[in-house]
Every structure is written in C-alpha cells, then in structure tokens.
Design a protein around this ligand. Structure first.
Ligand code: EPZ
Length: 418
C-alpha cells in the first residue's frame, strides 16, 4: 500500500492552479445517462473516483475517453440499468446513477452504497422523494429495485438539505411529467454546476443555488458540453498549507465566493488573505500567532464539513483554545488521534472537539482514515519538524489531483513510497 513521506518545516511559496471539483464532476458524469449522444466535459480532475465513475458508466454500456482533464462520454439509445455491488461499494456517489436511469428507462437496480468511515450515509431521503414522484421502490438483498413507467413531477420537501438527494431528484425531475419543486434543497456550488449542465442539455430549471428549485420535465435531453467548476475544497486545503508552513501562495483558477464562510473564518484568525477575481493570495510568512476561533460545520453557505479536518490542523497553531462542532457527519473526527500523534493538543467527543494551541508539531508515522482527514495529515506533516509518513494514501488519491507535484512545485519536500 502506497505511503507519502514528508520532510516538514519548509515554507510553501509560489502559485498553484486548482483542479476541477470532484463533487461537481461526479454528478455531472452520471447526468450523461439522461441524454443520448456524445457529452464533452472539460476541467475534469484526474482522480481515482473519476476513473471509477467512468468504469461504472462503461459497465452500463457507455463509451468513455479521458485524457488531459477532458472527458467524452458516448451514450446510446439503450443502456444497462443495473449498477452492481462490486462497483457501487467502492464509491458511494454511484447511487447517483439511480435518478437518471429510473427517469430515462423506467427501471433501475442499484446496489445500496453502504456506509463509509465518516458515517452510515443512508439514502432514505433519496428514496422517499422518488416514491413521491411515483416510483415503486423495493430494497432487498442489498439492492434498490426501482421502477416507474414515467416519473411524475411532485413537491419534494427535504427535512435535511441533502447534497446527493438534491442531485438525484434534480436529475430525475428533468425527464419527469410536469413540474417538480424541491424545497429545502442543498445549495452547494456543485449543485448549481450540475444544474447548469442539465440546462445545457435542454432541461428547464429555475432556483439553482437557492433552497427552492423548480424543474419542468421534458420529453428528452440532448448531449452537450461543459467546463467543471474549480474545487473549493482543494483551494481551502492550500490556504491552510500556506499558513501552516508560513509561506506565500497565490491560489489560482477558483471562484472565491464559493469559499466565503471559510475565508471569513481564516480572517477571524488574523491571517492575511487577499481575495482576487479568480484567486486567493495567502501570506503566512508574517503570521504571528493566529487567534483561536469557533467552527460550526453546516450545509452551504455555512462552513463546509469537507474543510473541517484541514481547519483543525491550522488551529493547532492558534494561541489559545478553539472549538469545532461537526454537524453533518456522525464520525468525522478520526484525524484527531493522528494529529495528537504529531504533538497536537486536541480532545474530542462525537460531535465536538477542543483544540489547544499553539503546538509545535513533530513528524511521526500517521494513518489516513478518510479523504479529508488524509489531506489534514499531509498539511500537518508539511508544518511539522522532521519526517511524517502518511499511510493508506489511497484515501488522498480519491480527491486530490496530483497534490504531491503541486506541493513540490511550491517548494515542499514530499514523495510517495511503495
Ligand atoms: C456530499 O455527500 C459530498 N460527496 C461529501 O463530500 C460532502 O461532505 C457532503 O455532500 C456534505 O457537503 C459528494 O458530493 C460525492 P449529504 P452526500 O447527502 O451527498 C445525511 C468528500 O470528502 N443523509 O448532504 O452523501 C447523511 O447521513 C465527501 O468529498 C441522510 O440521513 O451528503 C449525512 O449525515 C465526503 N439521509 C448528511 O445527511 C439521506 O438520504 C449529509 O449527507 C441523505 C443524507
């Protein structure tokens, strides 16, 4: 199993170009199932999860080509409508095949995704909403069996603004009969990006990015092309890396407004961050001791849960006690014990953590447990004195495109070992 070895203590300086957003590219790839023809997507990050999604599309009968961050997906008149367990279990987002397959072909058999390290990740809200649209849903032998001659538009209220649930219903509604209204929809930028591609394919959608989204169903959609938005979580990870290593980095090709709540919190620590048109410049070189802050993760536009682990790493350098509340997932503090191994002073219960600082981190072997935890350990290793080895680095490969090369280009000492 690969591991990453980091010689810490070197400031990161220079420019970094942020890749396309994993959590936008994944639903957009599955949305291609809705429309015959050749779909052309650009700014697609080269990630394990993307390559995996292309395998699933191929298993369903699509033809895919992926090179230089460009993807072409050729969708035929008919497709398989069965997403098997051995594929779905490796990537939960494959549940996003359910809405498109059911809506276009009237049936779908998709394996239940199962939980993952950060939580049991149910899909009850997805299934309840599809039932409201007329689908017959049976869950048996680990599979969702769904069928419906043609979905009917309905008024859907999500008791929680689920990202995946909003995406599944948004896609399904584009070919349903009549109007679908999604209340308390998720507002993440990735939802807006998916919606913009659906509109490019001919869907009729209003309210993207707001809590109420309206979709008028159409008879069919047509393949189109789209450039995926930048990954706000990768951008935030590099902001923390600059501050932790006391370097100066310009983070380019991003949409700063997608990181508003995160930028506000970074400013609250007293760090110097300049917001450009499509960039952020962070100067950690003259950062004296950062001030402690309180972080409360919430659905967008609140503080993103996917930057909670990276922020915790930064707060080990703040002078005083910071508090972090994790409200989205039930088990998203697995990085705490690993950061403590590096010398951090953190205590945590299931939903909240207290970070005392400043701590001088010292290199040590640590274990990645999930995607964002692995990023927080890499950033901590870059700041720690001495050598840090991050094991189970396959977690990192799921969500960061070429992160080692980007860090080396900024002056960091990082390499991968078998
Ligand atoms: C998406 O997951 C992202 N993944 C996650 O990113 C992200 O952390 C999450 O949204 C929140 O922003 C992708 O986009 C591929 P949810 P998703 O449905 O869709 C509960 C990363 O690191 N829930 O908004 O699974 C659920 O258990 C990943 O890139 C139900 O109870 O998020 C969780 O506690 C991690 N029933 C909460 O809602 C449901 O039917 C948020 O889930 C659906 C969700």
């Amino acid at each position: 199993m690969d591991k990453i070895v980091i010689e810490g203590g070197k400031p990161l300086n220079g420019d970094v170009k942020i890749s396309g957003a994993k959590n936008s590219a994944l639903p957009i790839l599955f949305s291609t199932l809705l429309a015959e023809g050749e779909h052309k997507l650009s700014n697609v990050p080269n990630l394990a999860d993307i390559n995996f999604s292309l395998k699933i599309l191929e298993a369903l009968g699509a033809k895919t080509v992926f090179s230089n961050n460009e993807v072409s997906v050729e969708i035929g008149k008919t497709l398989e409508t069965y997403a098997p367990y051995d594929l779905v279990r490796k990537m939960r987002a494959s549940i996003l095949t359910l809405g498109p397959l059911l809506s276009r072909f009237g049936n779908a058999k998709v394996s239940l995704p199962g939980g993952c390290a950060i939580g049991n990740r149910p899909i009850d809200l997805h299934l309840d909403a599809l039932k409201k649209m007329g689908a017959e849903i049976e869950v048996s032998e680990g599979y969702v069996h769904a069928k419906c001659k043609r979905l009917k538009g309905a008024k859907i209220f999500f008791e929680f603004p689920t990202v995946g649930g909003t995406e599944n219903i948004l896609m399904a509604a584009t070919l349903a009969e009549g109007e679908t209204v999604i209340e308390n929809a998720a507002r993440e930028p990735e939802i807006e990006d998916l919606g913009n591609y659906l509109i490019a394919m001919g869907a009729e959608i209003s309210g993207l990015g707001a809590s109420t989204i309206k979709i008028q169903g159409r008879e069919s959609l047509k393949a189109s092309n789209h450039k995926v938005i930048a990954d706000r979580i990768e951008a935030g990870t590099f902001v923390v890396a600059a501050l932790m290593t006391k370097g100066k980095i310009e983070i380019q090709n991003i949409v700063p407004k997608h990181l508003s709540s995160f930028i506000e919190k970074i400013k609250e620590t007293g760090a110097v961050i300049e917001v450009g048109e499509s960039s952020l410049t962070v100067d950690g070189s003259n950062t004296k001791n950062l001030s402690p802050v309180k972080i409360v993760t919430a659905p967008y536009p609140g503080f993103p849960t996917d930057l909670q682990a990276q922020m915790m790493t930064l707060l080990t350098h703040a002078k005083g006690t910071s508090y972090i509340e994790e409200n989205i997932f039930e088990n998203r503090f697995m990085h705490v014990q690993e950061l403590v191994r590096l010398g951090a002073d953190i205590s945590a219960s299931t939903k909240s953590a207290r970070v005392n600082g400043p701590s001088n981190l010292k290199g040590a072997p640590v274990m990645a447990t999930d995607l964002r935890a692995s990023a927080s350990l890499v950033v901590a290793g870059l700041a720690a004195q001495g050598t840090t080895t991050v094991n189970r680095v396959y977690h990192l490969d799921r969500g960061y495109d070429n992160i080692e090369e980007k860090i080396r280009d900024l002056g960091g000492k990082i390499s991968r070992e078998k």
